[in-house]
Design a protein around this ligand. Structure first.
Ligand code: UD1
Length: 355
């Protein structure tokens, strides 16, 4: 069986890692990198640190407005799909690389599987929400991470194409966590274990409006402990063009971290403040309280279990939320036991039409 994975953005490299190792020696696995993320720290370090073989094809599409970026990927993917003629095209998550690959596959009548299917924010201002809904409706096989995702798919009439496999980001986190923590490295920038926060902000709704960005940065700068702010390129570009100073008050501005360093930094912190999807879940899995600077989340289990608080657009609630007492301990495992990638390979193999 030949599976062709399409990835392009940082969270997709993390999801690819356990899939790539579960497929090794069993599946003819072709990896196509669209080039949506291209910086060393946004791309190459993930392949290196997570032991992912170099992509077979790199389309080097780069940045651009949504239409131009997605369109360039769509047209570049078509000849690649024709050349490799895979049994499955496997797409990941909710980025422009996901929707471009989904469209390219269905137009060529290639079987399409969507990993991390069924997540919904119900926020139609997010480009990712459209990417994931459209991809789910185009795909032949929906690989869902949680029971809640399965319910969303059933509500949209997609139950017969859906399979609960668990969350592959949990697989990689469990695999990297023990090795990363065993190194016993001190927190970066001379920070004290348990006495700092880790923050990331990159959603367009937060970065692209000057007033909103200024409020968020002001809120972070006034917190009661140092804040390690991991600078996504979108944040840096937006702050520079709107004249918002990032490096002030409690904030320590730093480059994006490699995955093992991120896991170490989060697990040594007192809390995470983010608008990222994946980081909310990683904080929960490391049992670090999270405060999410968005009105809603796809990972509702983190909120239901008390480990995530949504502050939405009301940044005046930030300090109270971040500085709240630790939540009650829990041994709940809504994201699976760390074996989702194995399950993905089994399901793809069972359902391949021409293995
Ligand atoms: C994308 C995904 C988002 C995911 C995020 C993770 C979409 C619609 N969004 O958002 O779901 O959570 O990745 O990071 O696909 N840039 C660089 N270097 C890079 C990559 C980007 O400088 O390596 C800059 C570019 O100037 C670009 C901006 O960052 O304009 C934003 O990049 P883009 O590809 O539009 O998406 P993200 O905001 O990263």
């Amino acid at each position: 069986m030949r599976v062709l994975s399409v990835v392009g953005a940082r969270p997709q490299f993390v999801k690819l890692a356990p899939i790539s190792s579960a497929m090794a020696g069993k599946v003819d696995h072709i990896v196509v990198h669209t080039g949506q993320h291209y910086d060393e720290l946004m791309s190459d370090v993930f392949f290196r640190d997570l032991g992912i073989p170099a992509p077979d094809v790199n389309l080097a599409v780069g940045s651009g407005k949504h239409g131009a970026q997605t369109g360039a990927m769509l047209s570049a993917l078509e000849p690649v799909f024709e050349e490799y003629a895979p049994d499955w095209v496997l797409v990941y998550g909710d980025t422009n690389s996901t929707i471009a690959a989904a469209l390219a596959a269905v137009k060529l009548h290639l079987p399409l599987a969507h990993l991390e299917s069924g997540l919904r924010s119900f926020n139609r201002r997010m480009p990712e929400e459209h990417n994931r809904v459209l991809t789910d409706h185009a795909a032949d096989l929906l690989l869902a991470p949680t029971e809640v995702a399965m319910r969303h798919l059933a509500d949209e009439g997609l139950a017969d194409r859906s399979v609960l496999v668990g969350d592959v980001m949990t697989d990689v986190l469990f695999r990297v966590r023990d090795a990363a923590l065993a190194e016993n490295a001190a927190p970066p920038h001379g920070l004290v274990q348990g006495e700092y926060y880790v923050a990331t902000i990159h959603r367009p709704d937060n970065t692209d409006f000057r007033g909103r960005l200024e409020q968020i940065v002001e809120g972070l700068a006034a917190l009661d402990r140092p804040v390690l702010l991991l600078a996504h390129p979108r944040l840096v570009a937006a702050a520079a063009s709107s004249g918002v100073q990032l490096d002030r008050g409690a904030i320590i501005l730093t480059s994006p971290l490699a995955y093992p360093e991120l896991i170490r930094a989060v697990s040594g912190s007192r809390g995470v403040i983010t608008d990222s999807g994946g980081l909310q879940k990683e904080a929960f899995l490391l049992r670090v309280p999270c405060t999410t600077v968005r009105p809603e989340t796809e990972w509702v289990e983190t909120v239901d279990l008390g480990w995530n608080v949504l502050v939405g657009s009301d940044v005046s609630r930030l300090a109270a939320a971040v500085e709240r007492p630790l939540p009650p301990a829990t041994d709940a495992a809504p994201y699976g036991e760390g074996d989702a990638a194995e399950r993905v390979v089994e399901v793809l193999t069972e359902r391949a039409t021409s293995a």
